[in-house]
Design a protein around this ligand. Structure first.
Ligand SMILES: Cc1ncc(COP(=O)(O)O)c(C=O)c1O
Length: 511
């Protein structure tokens, strides 16, 4: 086990060690990373670091102490409100990330509904493509979550939402856009439902909040997605994404102060002093707010519009490039900067195996499930990487063509398992088991993308592999088999259950 060094080490030695730790990290400076990072260039990064450093020790916990931080926060919130047309009555605050913003909205609407409507068993309705933050929020705050499917355009299925609305519904959710496929939901339809049933509507613009408005200002034709839509009561927008701030800055906005008040926490008789807080964090990082403020000032409206134009041009090139592959297709019709694509024939070209080869070539690309796919979160910085990307993608597709067994190797195996085995409870407990172990101090680094660790290895792996191959051949077949067996009472969520399904699947494969 590593321990704290007995005596402090020289700064330069420690800084060198920091670089060494990062040697296997995704290569984002070379633009080979297509998620997680919004990187401009070294000069801009240095500028943000300087801004961060100036307020690194300042703490926004007490807004009356560091007035500078409250000023940064006020400016960031006001600028975001203006961008999203939140109006004069709006109220909001800065948070640490998109997840915090989303989870806060769940808490706010749970408490609002309890007080204003007497709802004791809160429920919320989201699309299956909603960011995981919403599922996390529902779990943390004890709100039952209804997940509705996408419609034929990959937007939230409004009819399904209508069917799920009931007297316990505390909020509806739309995304602008959703992360997996970059699709903007029908916010107008959600707003109408919200007004009709007096249910708040949140628009998750965590990823799009600092891009879509500038795309519109640059002339893009996008459907309405912000507070201009009647019925929208709150929005989240991350400055640390397309706002190109340093990590640690998002913003949540409500239509009015009455709603925002439900987000706030007040404890008036704490021996440590009167306490009031707008969000989850106690200590609030001054550096992150200063850097976000600095990013907004340094880019300015015109800077962001130029970045949006470049992002749109890059996204167009990515979409054209994918369309030029006869083996691949784009999922849905994404209008902004997130693009998902899949294999037209998953048995012939396994898209996860393509992802593995791209990874070997140094690209960092997210995998998607339901349906299986690869993902690109495109920024203005990706322009000089696009030709290299497609040259490698061509090689990767050619290398996996006609080799379905590659679905069972490398990271492809993990994603194939998660995407094709309907016994989610089992997958969940395996993932939880491995994932939690990676936090056990004595274990050190565990590769949680190693399929043998995720599925438990051995016999179960073999069974799972057969099921995956069967499902790749005929998508949905395993789900039907397992559900059928479940309905017939033959099978539960256990290893024995997989065995039963395996036996059925084996018969099917032989046919
Ligand atoms: C639509 C959406 N909501 C919420 C989040 C969560 O943001 P964060 O990773 O900053 O917590 C993301 C992240 O990509 C997102 O795309």
């Amino acid at each position: 086990m590593k321990t704290i060094p007995e005596y402090g080490r020289p700064y330069d030695e420690v800084l060198k060690a920091l670089d060494e730790y990062g040697m296997d990290d995704p290569d984002y400076k070379d633009k080979k990373t297509w998620s997680l990072v919004y990187y401009k260039d070294a000069e801009y990064t240095h500028f943000l670091a300087e801004a961060y450093e100036k307020y690194m020790s300042a703490n926004g916990l007490n807004p009356t102490a560091f007035k500078s931080l409250k000023r940064f926060e006020n400016d960031i919130v006001a600028f975001t409100a203006e961008l999203l047309h939140a109006g004069e009555q709006a109220a909001g605050c800065v948070t640490s990330c998109g997840t915090e913003s989303c989870m806060l909205a769940v808490k706010t609407y749970r408490d609002w509904a309890r007080k204003e409507k007497g709802i004791k068993k809160p429920e919320m309705i989201v699309c299956e493509t909603a960011h995981v933050a919403w599922f996390k929020g529902a779990e943390y705050f004890g709100v039952k979550i209804h997940t509705v499917p996408v419609d034929k355009d990959w937007k939230i299925d409004i009819n399904a939402v209508k069917r799920k609305i009931n007297k316990n519904t505390i909020m509806l959710l739309g995304a602008a856009p959703e992360y997996p496929h970059g699709i903007i939901d029908d916010i107008c339809a959600l707003g109408e439902l919200g007004i009709k049933h007096n249910i708040p509507v949140h628009v998750d613009a965590c990823v799009g909040g600092y891009l879509l408005p500038f795309m519109v200002q640059a002339g893009a034709d996008l459907p309405p997605f912000d507070f201009l839509v009647p019925g929208v009561t709150s929005m989240s927008a991350d400055i640390h994404k397309y706002g190109f701030a340093s990590k640690g800055c998002s913003c949540i906005l409500y239509k009015n102060l009455d709603l925002f008040k439900y987000q706030c926490f007040v404890h008036p008789n704490w021996p440590g002093g009167l306490f009031a807080s707008p969000a989850f964090l106690g200590t609030r990082p001054g550096g992150a707010y200063a850097a976000a403020w600095a990013a907004i000032q340094a880019n300015g409206r015109q800077g962001y519009i130029e970045m949006a134009k470049q992002t749109m041009a890059n996204a167009d090139r990515i979409r054209e490039g994918i369309r030029s592959f006869e083996e691949l297709e784009i999922i849905g019709d994404p209008k902004c900067s997130l693009v998902a694509y899949r294999s037209k024939d998953p048995y012939n070209v396994n898209i996860f195996a393509v992802g593995d080869i791209m990874q070997e070539k140094g690209w960092h690309i997210d995998r998607l499930i339901h349906p299986d796919g690869l993902h690109a979160m495109i920024t203005c910085s990706h322009d000089d990487a696009i030709d290299r990307y497609f040259a490698d993608l061509r090689e990767a597709v050619d290398a996996v063509k006609g080799k379905p067994e590659l679905a069972l190797k490398g990271e492809a195996a993990t994603y194939s398992t998660v995407g094709h085995i309907p016994l989610l409870g089992m997958v969940r407990s395996s993932v939880l088991n491995v994932f939690s172990q990676s936090y056990e101090i004595s274990k050190g680094l565990i590769d949680i993308s190693d399929s043998t660790q995720v599925t438990g290895g051995g016999m179960l792996d073999k069974i799972t592999n057969k099921l995956v191959m069967a499902d790749l051949k005929k998508p949905g077949s395993v789900k039907k088999l397992v559900n059928g067996a479940k309905a017939a009472g033959v099978i539960g969520a256990s290893a024995a259950a997989v065995g039963t399904a395996f036996a059925i699947a084996k018969k099917k494969i032989k046919k």
